[in-house]
Design a protein around this ligand. Sequence first.
Ligand code: PEP
Ligand code: MG
Length: 418
Amino acid sequence: MSKITKVIARQVYDSRGNPTIEAEVFANNMKARAICPSGASIGSHEAFEKRDISNKKYLGKSVLKAVKLVNTKISKKLKNQNIHNQEKIDYILIKLDGTKQKKKFGANSLLAVSMAVKKLSARIKKIPLYKTFLIKKNFKLPYPLMNVINGGAHSNNGLRMQEFMIRPDKAKSVAEAIRMCFLVINNLKALIKKRGESTSVGDEGGFSPMINKNEDALKLIVKSIENSGFKNGKDISICLDVAANELFKKNKYSIHTKKFTSAQKTINEYKKLINKFKIKSIEDPFAENDWTSWNKFMKEINKKIQIVGDDLYATNLQRLKVGFLNQSSNAILIKLNQIGTVTETIEVIKFAQNIGFKTIISHRSGESEDTFIADLSVGTNSNQIKSGSLCRSERVAKYNQILRIEESLGKKAKMSKL
Ligand code: PEP
Ligand code: MG
């Protein structure tokens, strides 16, 4: 047994330059630390993010109260706990907060501690982090979902959809998958330059040209896939995150144009896009409480593509169960800070995989140098990882970590099944 001696926290900064919380856990004269990420398009069912809204010095964005809670109450409660008993530690954290959406302590303070505990336990046992989750052997490596054009809440270019992604379906290794994305991204950059547009990037490292039609973004991506010598829809496929919560008002959607239209018309437009651009995956095509449209879409699409619930589930087991019964999607996006502890996240992944859902481990648009999610994706045999483009070190860090894991697995490394 290795006992926790203390837990501390500090305020650091995320990739958008906003304050966030880093926790550090101590046991066996060793320590490990973890940083909590932060979203921009935040669903209402997500666990609460504690910020000091009245602290004008930081525009209401500091996390100093959360830091104090870790340094005092959390540190006191976790002292002498066995670092290897993650479930018990997470249960203590959940109970200490005591609210449904972790409103008292904030999921940010709890998660930073929970991830640091997991890392330190692995370090003390001298096991790589990815080997400490669900899978102990026969690891399957995830396909990257690279967000190459940013829109929605992650950019100010006027594109309605939030993320235009590529997935290298034919790659036989992670190294090959990333090389394929690298080629497409370079060709996309050349095409954007040729249009006379800026090649500056958005929050997740994808380009953010001043185009405002979804179809224009999709055409650019198809062309860059072809210019790289690949076949769209076969070698590489296009995947979308609509983040429809942001485009929903009075039961209508403004996804395809600025005009708000009915859910059925929105579905019809999706179908056209799927056929025209051979789209293979759509995340959050509808708003978080519009169960009817999700189900209608699933029925009409009839398993043709991957339909992913992000804001819909908020990495919450109860919501996933409702979605399963309602036949709302066939995949779930997993974000640790939507729920707030490692143990609850693993529970959701386990349940999702048991009901045949694909699991996609995801970053947040506000990220850090922490690569925890890379290990989590491998350690749970998740099919895909979404960590932005091959640009901005907080995004690339996750892909680089999976490259290291692939190298260490050697011949045993296998890609997951899409
Ligand atoms: C997403 O919506 O999938 C995403 C990663 O963005 P955010 O972190 O802003 O929710
Ligand atoms: Mg999303």
